[in-house]
Design a protein around this ligand. Structure first.
Ligand SMILES: [Zn+2]
Ligand SMILES: [Zn+2]
Length: 186
Protein backbone atom coordinates (compact mmCIF):
# COMPACT_ATOMS: atom_id res chain seq x y z
CA UNK A 1 0.00 0.00 0.00
CA UNK A 2 0.97 3.58 -0.47
CA UNK A 3 0.52 6.20 2.16
CA UNK A 4 0.11 9.58 0.58
CA UNK A 5 3.29 11.60 0.46
CA UNK A 6 2.02 13.66 3.36
CA UNK A 7 1.48 10.62 5.53
CA UNK A 8 4.59 8.70 4.51
CA UNK A 9 6.88 11.36 5.97
CA UNK A 10 5.32 11.40 9.45
CA UNK A 11 5.25 7.58 9.44
CA UNK A 12 9.00 7.62 8.70
CA UNK A 13 9.57 10.17 11.48
CA UNK A 14 7.89 7.83 13.99
CA UNK A 15 9.78 4.73 12.79
CA UNK A 16 13.16 6.47 12.58
CA UNK A 17 12.81 8.15 15.97
CA UNK A 18 11.88 4.85 17.61
CA UNK A 19 14.88 3.18 15.98
CA UNK A 20 17.37 5.78 17.28
CA UNK A 21 17.56 3.48 20.28
CA UNK A 22 18.86 0.05 19.38
CA UNK A 23 17.15 -2.29 21.84
CA UNK A 24 19.33 -5.24 20.80
CA UNK A 25 22.68 -3.53 21.49
CA UNK A 26 21.69 -0.71 23.84
CA UNK A 27 23.24 1.82 21.46
CA UNK A 28 21.57 5.23 21.59
CA UNK A 29 21.93 7.56 18.62
CA UNK A 30 20.45 10.43 20.64
CA UNK A 31 23.27 11.09 23.08
CA UNK A 32 23.27 14.88 23.19
CA UNK A 33 20.73 17.68 22.66
CA UNK A 34 22.60 18.36 19.41
CA UNK A 35 21.75 14.86 18.22
CA UNK A 36 18.06 15.73 18.62
CA UNK A 37 18.51 18.96 16.66
CA UNK A 38 20.22 16.98 13.89
CA UNK A 39 17.43 14.38 13.89
CA UNK A 40 14.76 17.08 13.59
CA UNK A 41 16.67 18.81 10.82
CA UNK A 42 17.10 15.56 8.89
CA UNK A 43 13.61 14.12 9.40
CA UNK A 44 11.00 16.79 9.94
CA UNK A 45 11.08 18.63 6.61
CA UNK A 46 7.92 20.68 6.09
CA UNK A 47 6.54 19.32 9.36
CA UNK A 48 8.51 21.51 11.70
CA UNK A 49 11.22 24.09 12.11
CA UNK A 50 14.67 23.07 13.21
CA UNK A 51 15.38 24.59 16.64
CA UNK A 52 18.62 26.57 17.02
CA UNK A 53 19.57 24.48 20.02
CA UNK A 54 18.02 22.28 22.65
CA UNK A 55 18.70 21.49 26.32
CA UNK A 56 19.30 18.31 28.31
CA UNK A 57 15.67 18.55 29.33
CA UNK A 58 14.65 18.41 25.66
CA UNK A 59 16.90 15.38 25.19
CA UNK A 60 15.17 13.61 28.09
CA UNK A 61 11.77 14.57 26.71
CA UNK A 62 12.71 13.19 23.28
CA UNK A 63 13.88 9.90 24.78
CA UNK A 64 10.64 9.67 26.79
CA UNK A 65 8.66 10.30 23.62
CA UNK A 66 10.64 7.58 21.89
CA UNK A 67 9.75 5.07 24.63
CA UNK A 68 6.08 5.93 24.22
CA UNK A 69 6.37 5.39 20.47
CA UNK A 70 7.85 1.94 21.00
CA UNK A 71 4.96 1.12 23.32
CA UNK A 72 2.68 1.49 20.30
CA UNK A 73 4.52 -1.38 18.55
CA UNK A 74 4.62 -3.41 21.75
CA UNK A 75 0.88 -3.09 22.35
CA UNK A 76 -0.79 -6.51 22.25
CA UNK A 77 -3.91 -5.35 20.41
CA UNK A 78 -4.96 -2.69 17.94
CA UNK A 79 -7.14 -1.18 20.63
CA UNK A 80 -4.19 -0.81 22.98
CA UNK A 81 -2.02 0.56 20.17
CA UNK A 82 -4.69 3.18 19.48
CA UNK A 83 -4.79 4.04 23.19
CA UNK A 84 -0.99 4.44 23.22
CA UNK A 85 -1.14 6.77 20.20
CA UNK A 86 -3.96 8.75 21.79
CA UNK A 87 -1.86 9.18 24.92
CA UNK A 88 0.95 10.71 22.88
CA UNK A 89 -1.47 13.01 21.03
CA UNK A 90 -2.82 14.10 24.39
CA UNK A 91 0.62 14.57 25.95
CA UNK A 92 1.80 16.85 23.14
CA UNK A 93 -1.55 18.72 22.96
CA UNK A 94 -1.79 17.84 19.27
CA UNK A 95 -4.55 19.65 17.44
CA UNK A 96 -5.66 18.38 14.02
CA UNK A 97 -5.69 20.98 11.25
CA UNK A 98 -6.60 20.47 7.63
CA UNK A 99 -3.87 22.11 5.63
CA UNK A 100 -3.81 23.17 1.98
CA UNK A 101 -0.54 24.88 1.21
CA UNK A 102 1.09 25.55 -2.12
CA UNK A 103 -0.33 23.16 -4.72
CA UNK A 104 -0.73 20.27 -2.31
CA UNK A 105 -3.98 18.37 -1.87
CA UNK A 106 -5.66 18.92 1.48
CA UNK A 107 -4.03 16.88 4.21
CA UNK A 108 -3.93 16.71 7.98
CA UNK A 109 -1.37 18.35 10.18
CA UNK A 110 -1.50 17.65 13.90
CA UNK A 111 0.02 20.72 15.42
CA UNK A 112 0.95 21.20 19.04
CA UNK A 113 -0.05 24.51 20.50
CA UNK A 114 3.04 25.11 22.59
CA UNK A 115 5.65 25.78 19.91
CA UNK A 116 7.88 23.33 21.78
CA UNK A 117 10.17 21.49 19.31
CA UNK A 118 9.95 18.11 21.07
CA UNK A 119 6.16 18.31 21.35
CA UNK A 120 6.13 19.25 17.69
CA UNK A 121 8.15 16.13 16.93
CA UNK A 122 5.76 14.05 19.05
CA UNK A 123 2.74 15.47 17.24
CA UNK A 124 4.18 14.60 13.82
CA UNK A 125 5.21 11.09 14.91
CA UNK A 126 1.85 10.38 16.52
CA UNK A 127 0.07 11.69 13.45
CA UNK A 128 2.11 9.28 11.30
CA UNK A 129 1.17 6.34 13.49
CA UNK A 130 -2.49 7.41 13.54
CA UNK A 131 -2.59 7.36 9.74
CA UNK A 132 -0.67 4.07 9.62
CA UNK A 133 -3.16 2.44 11.99
CA UNK A 134 -6.27 3.92 10.37
CA UNK A 135 -5.29 3.42 6.72
CA UNK A 136 -3.01 0.40 7.01
CA UNK A 137 -4.19 -1.57 10.00
CA UNK A 138 -2.52 -2.97 13.08
CA UNK A 139 -0.94 -5.96 11.32
CA UNK A 140 1.34 -3.59 9.40
CA UNK A 141 3.15 -2.65 12.60
CA UNK A 142 6.16 -4.93 12.81
CA UNK A 143 9.35 -5.54 14.78
CA UNK A 144 12.37 -6.94 12.95
CA UNK A 145 12.45 -10.73 13.11
CA UNK A 146 16.26 -10.84 12.89
CA UNK A 147 17.74 -12.22 16.11
CA UNK A 148 20.29 -9.39 16.04
CA UNK A 149 17.80 -6.55 15.70
CA UNK A 150 14.68 -5.21 17.38
CA UNK A 151 14.04 -2.21 15.13
CA UNK A 152 10.46 -1.40 14.26
CA UNK A 153 8.87 -0.86 10.85
CA UNK A 154 5.55 -0.28 9.14
CA UNK A 155 4.93 -2.88 6.43
CA UNK A 156 3.69 -1.19 3.25
CA UNK A 157 4.15 -4.27 1.05
CA UNK A 158 1.14 -5.43 -0.95
CA UNK A 159 0.87 -8.86 0.61
CA UNK A 160 2.01 -7.81 4.09
CA UNK A 161 5.01 -10.09 3.84
CA UNK A 162 7.70 -7.91 5.34
CA UNK A 163 9.64 -9.45 8.20
CA UNK A 164 12.66 -7.20 8.66
CA UNK A 165 13.26 -3.53 9.44
CA UNK A 166 15.61 -3.00 6.50
CA UNK A 167 17.29 -4.58 3.48
CA UNK A 168 20.41 -4.88 5.60
CA UNK A 169 18.63 -7.24 7.99
CA UNK A 170 16.93 -9.17 5.17
CA UNK A 171 20.30 -9.75 3.50
CA UNK A 172 22.04 -10.73 6.75
CA UNK A 173 19.27 -13.19 7.59
CA UNK A 174 19.17 -14.80 4.15
CA UNK A 175 22.97 -15.21 4.19
CA UNK A 176 22.71 -16.81 7.64
CA UNK A 177 19.93 -19.11 6.48
CA UNK A 178 21.97 -20.12 3.42
CA UNK A 179 25.00 -20.93 5.57
CA UNK A 180 22.86 -22.92 7.98
CA UNK A 181 21.46 -24.95 5.05
CA UNK A 182 24.97 -25.55 3.75
CA UNK A 183 26.17 -26.68 7.19
CA UNK A 184 23.21 -29.04 7.34
CA UNK A 185 24.30 -30.40 3.96
CA UNK A 186 21.18 -29.15 2.24
ZN1 LIG B 1 1.57 20.02 4.80
ZN1 LIG C 1 16.41 -5.26 11.61
Amino acid sequence: MDFSHYSAEPVAVAVNLTNTFDVATGEDKLRTPGDVVAFIEAELGEWGDTPADLTDKDLRATRALRSRLREVWEAPTAEQAAAAINEILEAVSARPRISVHGDTPAHLHFEPESGDPVMDLGAVAAMGLSVALIEGGWDRFGTCSSAACDDVYIDVSKNRSRRHCSDTCTTRESVAAYRARKRAGG
